[in-house]
Design a protein around this ligand. Structure first.
Ligand SMILES: [Zn+2]
Length: 469
């Protein structure tokens, strides 16, 4: 299919058949990698199920691989999901690993609200290429072809930094050339907003509502923007709000829409990162953003549900990305700018040094030949590789039920399936006081009734009790 980078918008525009072929190929490569690299857990799961690689020949065979529940993950231990090379490398300063294989600086414990015992915490590891794949996919999820969505250059972070959303979302900002201002632990909501203004932040990363495990809420932060004659939160000052973790409501979305500020909501979990992003045309629904992952919604037997049906959300981490080295990347950017007519760019000096001639002296054909050669080299150095670190295939994790809506063309340009209802256990009823403090609407109601989810959960996957939290 020729896709060599998870930044490629084409991934979200594939037909159903093309998508299946693309993702299945990556999934199959991942399984093969996990087995060849001697990942103990994957070897054991295959052996226990009496399966071998030859049983996986085409896309329908995906469902032969048993659903990996949280219980199974804990039982085997998170270390068992690491390829053998990491068992040694972790005791030896990562000696012997290629740069793209090395573990990224953001390992995260997962467990969230269901953690009761120390052993409930499980450690998820990302290699540099795994992480890069996730950052590229999230960049694709945030951007929409039909409207200009500008990733912030200097974003304010309202999350606690031990929550995955902080590194996952600041990672996207950093990947796109920006930086961030973390909220200081001691700041009141009002002072946090003053800090955001003081530092000239042009974006906000925040849970919509406060959660002691996740961070302070967007709504609380908003109270600082109390100068009605000169509000800070306008499109002029803030290009984007990125949220996750607690539900984005229509009320919050509208509040920001009225000020011209888009909100992108990333759905996912610590285990897999943000693997779906909401659509600004349809803000409370998520587009699946596959490529680094393959997302599924299945019934109790692990088979895909039909359009409109609810089921258990599964995700497989199936790919990461090796990027060109920084010098080639810079050269490519410089030449691209020069071809676009940007001769003032300081890249002129860099390119001239590398090609041994003043780039401004080149004729059009000579310049194009140089540019095409560099572009080819750059594209060839972008490679999709299997996910290297924690091997998660058909993993249910802590993500619960969701409703699957089959792929169809959307006004935003994406044609991927959509999801509704992921972890939606809170809601606001739109009254002004609810904009101050979220209210749990499922109090006194069994969660299966509140969510409409009627399927039995596979073993090890429990419905959390959100009451009183
Ligand atoms: Zn859309």
């Amino acid at each position: 299919m020729g896709i060599n980078s998870l930044l490629d918008f084409e991934i979200d525009e594939l037909t159903v058949g093309e998508r299946t072929e693309f993702l299945w190929g990556l999934w199959r490569d991942q399984l093969e990698f996990a087995l060849i690299s001697g990942t103990p857990a994957i070897v054991q799961i295959m052996n226990d199920a009496g399966l071998n690689l030859g049983d996986f020949k085409d896309a329908e065979d995906l469902t032969k691989f048993p659903v990996v529940t949280k219980r199974k993950f804990r039982e085997l231990g998170d270390g068992a999901f690491l390829p053998r090379k990491y068992q040694d490398a972790l005791r030896d300063w990562q000696e012997g690993l290629e740069d793209y294989e090395r573990l990224h600086v953001f390992p995260r414990f997962t467990g969230g609200t269901s953690v009761e015992r120390l052993e409930d915490y499980t450690l998820i590891r990302w290699s540099n290429s795994d992480w890069l794949g996730a950052m590229q996919a999230s960049t694709r999820g945030i951007k929409q072809q039909d409207r200009e969505i500008v990733i912030p250059a200097n974003t304010f972070v309202n999350y606690t930094f031990d929550h995955i959303a902080a590194p996952a979302f600041t990672g996207v900002v950093i990947y796109n050339g920006g930086t961030y201002v973390p909220r200081h632990l001691n700041l009141s909501d009002r002072d946090a907003f003053e800090m955001l203004k003081l530092k000239g932040c042009d974006g906000i990363i925040s849970p919509p509502a406060s959660n002691k495990l996740k961070g302070n809420g967007l709504l609380e932060l908003l109270q600082g923007d109390n100068d009605l004659d000169d509000p800070y939160l306008t499109r002029e000052n803030v290009s984007l709000v990125i949220v996750s973790s607690t539900p984005l409501t229509q009320e919050i979305y509208d509040l920001f829409a009225a000020r011209g500020i888009p909100i992108k909501d990333g759905g996912g979990s610590t285990d897999i990162g943000a693997v779906m992003w909401n659509c600004t045309h349809d803000p409370l629904k998520f587009h699946t953003i596959d490529g680094n992952v393959l997302n599924e919604v299945v019934d109790r037997d692990g088979n895909p549900v039909d359009d409109g049906e609810s089921g258990l959300f599964l995700s497989s981490r199936i790919a990461g990305v090796k990027e060109p080295d920084p010098f080639l990347t810079q050269l490519y950017k410089d030449v691209t700018a020069i071809v676009a007519g940007d001769y003032m760019h300081q890249g002129v000096a860099r390119v001239s040094r590398i090609i041994g001639r003043d780039v401004r002296s080149l004729g059009h054909d000579e310049l194009m030949a140089v540019a095409i050669g560099i572009e080819q080299e750059y594209q060839a150095a972008s490679v999709i590789v299997p996910n290297q670190a924690t091997q998660l295939l058909r993993y249910s994790g802590l993500m619960n039920e969701t409703r699957y809506l089959a792929a169809e063309a959307c006004g935003c340009g994406k044609t991927t399936p959509k999801f509704v209802g992921l972890n939606r256990t809170h809601d606001f009823d739109g009254k002004p006081e609810d904009l101050v403090r979220p209210r749990v609407v499922v109090a006194g109601v069994d969660r299966p009734d509140a969510s409409g989810y009627e399927l039995g959960l596979p073993d090890g996957c429990e419905v959390g009790d959100m009451r009183g939290k």
